[in-house]
Design a protein around this ligand. Sequence first.
Ligand code: SF4
Length: 376
Amino acid sequence: MTANPLTVHCSFLPIVANCSAAAHSSGSRIRIADAEDAADLGIAVHVVSKEIVAVGDRPENLAEYASEYSCSENELGVLTWYALQFWKEHGNLFSFPRTEVELGYDVIGQPVRIVGTTDVMSIESAIFGILLDWKSGRMGEETVKEQVMGYATCLAAEHMLSEVSAIVAWLRDQTYQRWTWRAEELFDWVAELARKVIQEPDHFNLGTWCRFCPRFLECPAQRDLLMTTATAIQATGVSALSPQTLAGLYPRVQSLERIIKAYRGQVRAAVEQLGSIETDDGYVLSLQSRILRELDPVKAWPVMETLLGGEPERMAKCVKISMPKLVAEVKASAARGQKKLVQLELEAALEAAKAITLKEQQALRWAAKEKEDEQD
Ligand code: SF4
């Protein structure tokens, strides 16, 4: 093994396959709240899925997992439901399942080490192994093939296998992808990737993969792109831009928003730590407190009822009922094994009372044209 090889995590291989400069990250990270929230849900999904593999069933107390990892119980339930269905149907492909196994491989001839933790793996014979990766994102929004190729390469090397299969279970889409590679294919692929990483450290290649890049906030190519984006918008004026130009700028502006979000998180953390910060031009950035009035719903309810004469229409103007919280509360008091049933009964009762109306929400979505065509 080479002393101090460049370590590349398998989860970054899809990015590195597009941009060799991404492998040369300083490792410094800035917290971006949305990404961290998604990560909390992802961790909870993996913990529950590990249980599914271990005992063949999903734990009943999902609320405890949701609370421990600060994520939505509803989403956790939806995602792990498919993990359970997948395992019931395909778990027999994994005769000797081991979960969360750390893997590593020193690329022959290059000072690069790839490392990663596979969610599930099983060595089926002296020549064949299989692995599984749970994904809580959407298929098509993330490229994962190179990530599991990385795990497969490590598995082939560590167990001297001739062939490895990898499955990615897309829990949100309730589907899965499977690939099988010969060991030589994997070793050739990773050797070429490592060669590029070492020989082309300044090869910056911008693309949709940048939003997941560990180097995103320190990337010179991103910096140049964002400068030109801001200039394009400011110089011309947004209202003067054609629809095509506006659409073309969309992913760049999203990048700009990410940077600004990261900046806000960082500057707030600095002020929280230091109290206040004086700038060279005589300003002070500090945290200012505002006192907000909060109503205790249990104590406010009888007061409201009295003053509004108990009229549902008037009281409804003052309260908002959260469907996920209502479902969670009803399920919390249900007996073990009855939770799904009481949820269905609640939904049926709400339907019968005509309490549910469907509202369409629209959000901008950026995707390659073929994917739009696939959906039509
Ligand atoms: S952010 Fe920079 S280093 Fe990362 S993938 Fe994009 S161009 Fe490459």
